[in-house]
Design a protein around this ligand. Structure first.
Ligand code: ACO
Length: 315
């Protein structure tokens, strides 16, 4: 398969660090040096499914194919207003497709996992055109009185259209269950029979543990990916890392010993939009014309679970 089109949509509301410091005990002086974030796009009156539909339409237009030509839709999403139906089914109707569709929740690594699932669909020969869309609203997961978490996130949707080709060169994936490091719990409807204690818990994060896992997992995923493809880091033209923290990006870059120009970033004015980070950044690079045909591009992400993954593309 190959990526033939990309699209993305951000909410219109921009929240700066200074705006956060109006109601939180925080400041741009604290947030920016530690995270690399100055502002983020936050959902206000938008619906996530509408943003996902719009991003998908842009990716279809970029690829030059119609929604009716799609054979599968994979939607990566952690949380949205619907428990059911699945977001991919809402997107299917919104873009006018009729193909089967599936949602996955692999936290911030969801776009990479979706690509690997799509790759297996191509290998089994039953698809020609696939839409992957990551749609995330992590700003609805955090407690907005908790300065340790809410300052990190932004919302958005990013999509990619896949068509037949040979541009995906390999994956390296990993998972290491650590459910106390990064989690959110929501209560379900009560029944007359529930006797256990249940409560809503907004996103909880052990920041330094996440930081260490992120660096270790992404460095290891990329190292294995390069080794499996007989490449050195210097052979790769661009590495698009999950936009969780500029210091995490820099630490992985130093480990790989590669120049900053190889690491496109948008964290400064986007924040962390979970699994949407990778396809939004990919779309921005694509629309800027950054990639030349034949460029080797690595996408790499980590997320709650913990899960992580990297993919090597030839543009
Ligand atoms: N403004 C001001 N002070 C703050 C803020 C803030 N926004 N956040 C935390 N602090 C304070 C804390 O309260 C604490 O103060 P205290 O010592 O008086 O209690 C102090 O700063 C240090 O807090 P730490 O949590 O130890 O700060 P740390 O240096 O670890 O930085 C950070 C926190 C930026 C979150 C860092 O740990 C990090 O980036 N970790 C990775 C997080 C990440 O990537 N998350 C991804 C989320 S989901 C995903 O994409 C997988």
């Amino acid at each position: 398969m190959k990526i033939s089109g990309t699209g993305s949509v951000l909410p219109k509301k921009i929240v700066t660090n200074d705006m956060l410091s109006e109601f939180l005990d925080t400041s741009d002086e604290w947030i920016y040096p530690r995270t690399g974030v100055r502002s983020r796009h936050v959902i206000s009156d938008e619906r996530l499914e509408d943003m996902a539909i719009e991003a998908s339409k842009k990716a279809l237009a970029d690829a030059g194919i119609n929604a009716s030509d799609l054979d599968y839709i994979i939607c990566s999403n952690v949380v949205n207003e619907y428990i059911t139906p699945q977001l991919s089914c809402i997107i299917q109707g919104g873009i006018g497709a009729t193909c089967p569709c599936i949602d996955i929740n692999c936290a911030c690594a969801g776009f990479i996992y979706a690509l690997q699932i799509a790759e297996s669909f191509y290998r089994s020969g039953f698809v020609k055109n696939v839409l992957i869309v990551s749609a995330e609203e992590p700003t609805r997961m955090t407690d907005w009185t908790d300065r340790r978490t809410c300052v990190l996130f932004g919302d958005g949707a990013g999509a990619a259209v896949l068509t037949p080709g040979d541009n995906i060169k390999g994956f390296s994936m990993s998972a290491a269950s650590a459910t106390d490091k990064l989690y959110q719990i929501r209560t379900l409807q009560p029944t007359p029979y529930i006797t256990k204690e249940e409560k809503d818990v907004p996103l909880q994060m052990k920041g330094q543990d996440v930081f260490k896992f992120a660096v270790k997992a992404s460095s290891s995923d990329i190292t294995k990916l390069l080794k499996n493809n007989s490449l050195e880091a210097s052979d790769v033209d661009y590495i698009l890392l999950h936009q969780a923290n500029k210091r995490i990006i820099n630490t992985i870059r130093e480990f790989l010993d590669q120049p900053m120009e190889k690491f496109p970033v948008n964290i400064e004015d986007h924040g962390n939009s979970s699994s949407s980070c990778c396809p939004i950044l990919l779309d921005e690079c694509n629309r800027k014309g950054l990639f030349k045909e034949g460029d080797k591009v690595v996408l790499c992400a980590f997320g709650a679970g913990f899960v992580s993954g990297a993919v090597l593309l030839e543009w």
